[in-house]
Design a protein around this ligand. Sequence first.
Ligand code: SAM
Length: 195
Amino acid sequence: MDVKELEAYFRSLDRSFFVDDDMKKYADLDKPLPIGFGQTISQPSLVLEMTRLLAPEKDSKVLEIGTGSGFQTAILAKMSAEVFTVERIEKLMEEAKKRLDALNFTNIYYKVGDGSKGWQEHAPYDRIMVTAAARVLPDELVSQLANGGRMVIPIGPPDLQELKLVTKADDGRIHIKTVELVRFVELKGQYGWNA
Ligand code: SAM
């Protein structure tokens, strides 16, 4: 991944475009902000850090769980070949798609549903980014990760989680590294909280 290109695109992206009118005045703050339905657009510095960790390449096929506002999706789509993004709240997905269409992305595929089970139809994925806190590492996501692939996922209870970098070696062996403590909204569904 070209880190300079990532940072330049990150700086060029107007975060106020991804939030409702009443939140636009806070868009420059390095804070998560509400996007409705009890969900948030993530803290920008964490979006950048998680993308660096994921390290998508220009030919990568990426699965994103938790489209939210579409802010992270735009960055992934800029830095990779294709992004398959799953969001459980239809209205959030509709709004995100409108924004991403307006930015002229043609390499993003959208699904409304329980992303904790991944998106089997298009697997395997070179990269998997999960932007909500899982209860455990979802088996389906591990099995949908390609050999040589990387997954970034917060795992832990709703108040505080460990951000994990999961790598799958060329021989299929899994390695899990804890990167730091983070705080995300809950992943719902089969591998999430309060399904
Ligand atoms: N990355 C997003 C952004 O840049 O705006 C922020 C994502 S927000 C922190 C987490 C999102 O995950 C929410 O929109 C939430 O509805 C979604 N979510 C939670 N559980 C989910 C599930 N099982 N499948 C798909 N999306 C889920």
